[in-house]
Design a protein around this ligand. Structure first.
Ligand code: MN
Length: 159
């Protein structure tokens, strides 16, 4: 099963999220400093295992072509395997998480780390099993950048 969606749809779905100061009633409040507002539950949760939150910090438009979002992951939460046709850069703001590219070892990511994900490299990112993690996602090479979502990350791969 594969689904391809344009990344800039994030912007439309999360309009107004930047003014949300706390998670909605359905979510938890991160015990770490998310720096930017945690925002509501991620509207792309169908491509994640667990619960994450999304605040768009800069919506995409034709002037900047640079959608920038803040994503907060509850412990145990991670994306499905996926790839970005134009690549992605992650700026880790707080907490401790995990990053993995297909065929490689899982890496621990922490506050201050920068993860540069080349176009079309299959990967996943998320929290640690027992730790929250917040990162900024910068979509690169917009507007020719589409995400392709693949299978969930199995518990055995994650741990
Ligand atoms: Mn990614």
């Amino acid at each position: 099963m594969r689904r391809i969606i344009p990344l800039f749809l994030c912007a439309a779905l999360s309009a107004g999220a930047a003014s949300t100061l706390a998670a909605e009633a359905t979510g938890k409040t991160a015990p770490i400093d998310t720096v930017f507002p945690q925002g509501p539950v991620n509207p792309y949760s169908q491509f994640f295992t667990g619960t994450s939150y999304l605040t768009m910090l800069s919506n995409n438009d034709d002037t900047f072509n640079a959608p920038i979002g803040n994503v907060t992951f509850e412990p145990g939460t991670r994306t499905f395997w996926h790839k970005h046709s134009g690549g992605q850069i992650l700026l880790i703001l707080a907490g401790e998480g995990r990053y993995c590219e297909r065929g490689k070892e899982v890496q621990i990511i922490k506050k201050g780390d920068v993860v540069r994900i080349a176009p079309n490299v299959e990967h996943w990112h998320g929290a640690g099993p027992d730790t929250w993690m917040t990162h900024i996602s910068v979509e690169t090479n917009v507007p020719n950048n589409q995400a392709t979502w693949l299978e969930p990350v199995a518990d055995a791969e994650y741990r």
